[in-house]
Design a protein around this ligand. Structure first.
Ligand SMILES: NC(=O)c1ccc[n+]([C@@H]2O[C@H](COP(=O)([O-])OP(=O)(O)OC[C@H]3O[C@@H](n4cnc5c(N)ncnc54)[C@H](OP(=O)(O)O)[C@@H]3O)[C@@H](O)[C@H]2O)c1
Length: 341
């Protein structure tokens, strides 16, 4: 089958950084696995980090890709939620071969039914970033998605126009928050507003005076989706007492968790989207439920795809371009690729 794989850890401007490779078909699925024919994929910073990670010279080719939409071709004996022909979307498991392949095995417990109102490319834009934002807000922080219960509270999204930020803005608005997003360019400012942010401030300028100019003296919830170290001190300053800070990016160095975090009783919440699949947690089927729920919300017009441009077919040249854009840190929403021609 056709795949895009890496054999060596190389910078993205090297044409061999990602290669078009023929690899064996994965075969019939066992256990909880589905065999999915991949129709479209999206690309995430995790792909670029995995591509750059050190690897042994004799390691087998590695297929990346952790956002897919496709069609179920076969199901393992323990699968009850899907049947051949179902259209599905999922992020999958970073410890297994990824979706940059014509066929892939994926555990059905982390797969959702695809929204009926989206095509494969627009659906592939959603799973990884949506699971990240949803799990952070509603599983880790235990905030409330329904009933606009957070009306009157302020939520700050640092990195609002990125893949995770684009969905976090939408989910937080649905939950009733006043959402302030950060963005630094006219196009990313405009995108944050289209995702639903009521206010957009510039993360290249000091944040406190910009919030004060909006009449906001403190924020109840902050999602640092860009740089854990860089915003640590300013978030300690900005948080309201008993507030919540969400983190998704590995820090580069030690962080001082005492005052003002202690004095204000600030709760810290880590989210790692692959934790459930990686550790096979007893509740890993929650990702199936989240993706099904999100599909219904998309079909009802309450959430929208964050897809923002396609790079063409799934091949090494187009995926190298996707990695290049992600490494530049300037992607707005999600990039997608579809088809294998
Ligand atoms: N833990 C997890 O489960 C998990 C899941 C998903 C992602 N992540 C990580 O979270 C990070 C964000 O992922 P993503 O997919 O949202 O990335 P992305 O789509 O590549 O984010 C791009 C956006 O980041 C903004 N940005 C760049 N530098 C920034 C800075 N210094 N401060 C604030 N915003 C900045 C840019 O906005 P402007 O153009 O407006 O400057 C750009 O729109 C990555 O490190 C990724 O690996 C972790």
């Amino acid at each position: 089958m056709k795949t895009v794989a890496l054999t060596r850890a190389l910078p993205i401007d090297d044409p061999a950084a990602l290669l078009d490779l023929e690899l064996p078909h994965p075969g019939q699925p066992s256990g909880h696995d589905l065999l999915v024919q991949v129709r479209a994929v999206s690309v995430n910073p995790v792909d670029t980090k995995q591509r750059r990670a050190a690897r042994a010279d004799d390691a087998p080719p590695r297929v990346l890709g952790f956002d897919a939409a496709g069609v179920v071709e076969a199901v393992g004996p323990e699968v009850t939620a899907f049947a051949p022909g179902d259209e599905v979307y999922y992020a999958g498991d970073v410890t297994r071969p990824g979706c940059n392949a014509q066929w892939q095995h994926v555990d059905a417990r982390v797969v959702g039914r695809m929204p009926t109102t989206l095509d494969f490319a627009d659906a592939a834009a959603l799973p990884l970033t949506t699971l990240t934002a949803w799990e952070l807000l509603f599983d880790r922080m235990r905030l409330y998605f329904d009933d606009c219960r957070h009306r009157g509270q302020t939520l700050l999204v640092i990195g609002g126009a990125g893949g995770v930020g684009s969905m976090a803005i939408q989910l937080a608005r649905h939950a009733g928050f006043t959402v302030v997003a950060t963005a630094s360019r006219p196009a990313s400012v405009d995108w944050c507003r289209r995702m639903g942010a009521q206010h957009v401030i510039d993360h290249h300028q000091p944040l406190p005076p910009q919030l004060q100019a909006l009449g906001i003296s403190a924020v109840n919830v902050a999602l640092n989706l860009a740089d854990t170290d860089a915003y640590w001190d300013v978030l300690g300053e900005l948080m309201a007492p008993q507030g919540h800070v969400g983190l998704i990016v590995e820090p580069r160095g030690p962080l001082r968790i005492g005052d003002p975090y202690k004095a204000k009783c600030i709760s810290l919440h880590w989210e790692f989207m692959f934790a459930r699949a990686r550790f096979g947690t007893a509740d890993m089927v929650e990702q199936h439920r989240i993706l099904n729920r999100v599909a219904s919300l998309v079909d009802a017009g309450e959430l929208r795809s964050t897809a923002n441009g396609t790079l063409g077919a799934i091949n090494a040249a187009n995926l190298r371009e996707a990695h290049r854009q992600l490494e530049a840190g300037s992607v707005i929403g999600k990039l997608t690729l579809a088809g294998w021609e």
